[in-house]
Design a protein around this ligand. Sequence first.
Ligand SMILES: CC(C)(COP(=O)(O)OP(=O)(O)OC[C@H]1O[C@@H](n2cnc3c(N)ncnc32)[C@H](O)[C@@H]1OP(=O)(O)O)[C@@H](O)C(=O)NCCC(=O)NCCS
Length: 364
Amino acid sequence: MSGVEKRLKAGVTKDGEAFGQMPIFSDFSKIKKESQDSENYIVGMEGITHMVTFDTKQIEGYSEEEIKNKSIQMLKSRGLDQEPAAGIIYAKKTGDGWKIDPVVYVKAIDTLFYETACGSGTTALGLALALKDKKSIRGVPILQPSGLPIKISVEYTEEGFGGAQIQGPVEVIATGTLEENADFDYIVEQVKSKKQLTSLLQNGLVKLYQQVFSDAPYFEEFTDEEVIAYYDNYFKNGLVSVARNERGIIGFAVTIALSAEPEIAELSKKFGIDPEKTSYFAELGITKELRGRGMGERICQEQLEGLLKGCTVLVRTAADNFIAQTLYKKLGFQEIIEMKQDVFQTRIDGAAQTDRRVFLVKKL
Ligand SMILES: CC(C)(COP(=O)(O)OP(=O)(O)OC[C@H]1O[C@@H](n2cnc3c(N)ncnc32)[C@H](O)[C@@H]1OP(=O)(O)O)[C@@H](O)C(=O)NCCC(=O)NCCS
């Protein structure tokens, strides 16, 4: 969490909601009611101070811009604009929970935002509620300006706050592993949605694919439309993984159901391979500058882990692609000696030629 050095508990509940422990002070003295008859609480938290106000009439009918202007004046009049970060959290009771309008000012970069969602503001409200009623609160829904609720729980004891936790629905848009390397970090992830695939294709996947196969030993040319059509099919019938670092997409791997590749499926049957129970390793490539660092192997493993135990995996590669064959053998694939295919294709220099392909197989 930004601004916090200690470890905080976080995870995903059985219902698929994400939760996170919030950094708070247990000491009640960090929360002060502005005055005896005021509805405002100043809540000191690690790295940020919020003023929680239950007086929402003052912003009723105001635009976001007007709320921001009013809020910065309120922060200034209390000297809170001199804190590293400070917010005004307008809290209104609704049904079984609350609705907030959060405005946050960050001094170092002089920014003032009407936030669409605010975890620290939600927590500040939870602390104020627990203190007001002198009791713990559990999973109270706080509706954010985004329209989604964040649930807040605060443990109240006579000695102080025992802890605070926020929880809310999350959407999985990708799963993957962060690989930490001495020279560079990268992420290997499985593509989970069509939207994610489209964004990857537009942001480097098409280019990387064209680059990898325009080089030795392939010298093949693909149009953008061809690559996009391949990946549409791969996403429908298989598993697409990419490797990324901060510069962009640096690798890709794809397995699909062998039955989705009719020509190879037919050939496979002659060698006792059942296309219905077999996955086909359809694509693999790592950007040229970053080869030989274990990424090819890592992305292959990511793919194999995503396949069903007990299934067979078939891969085809060029007979002269010694590197790919060495990699597949290292991963436990064995060559099917008699199984070959001659593929006719036009190379990038216009020369038409027939390339020999070999097949390797592995049972998971
Ligand atoms: C094949 C390819 C994906 C390998 O990626 P990579 O990230 O360089 O491979 P890794 O660093 O993970 O190497 C894994 C293993 O592959 C083999 N390998 C990789 N580079 C090799 C080389 N230059 N010579 C011999 N074996 C090599 C080794 O077995 C290596 O394991 P090791 O390092 O323990 O010896 C990459 O070379 C590539 O994109 N080639 C062009 C596209 C292609 O041929 N794709 C295969 C289509 S079937």
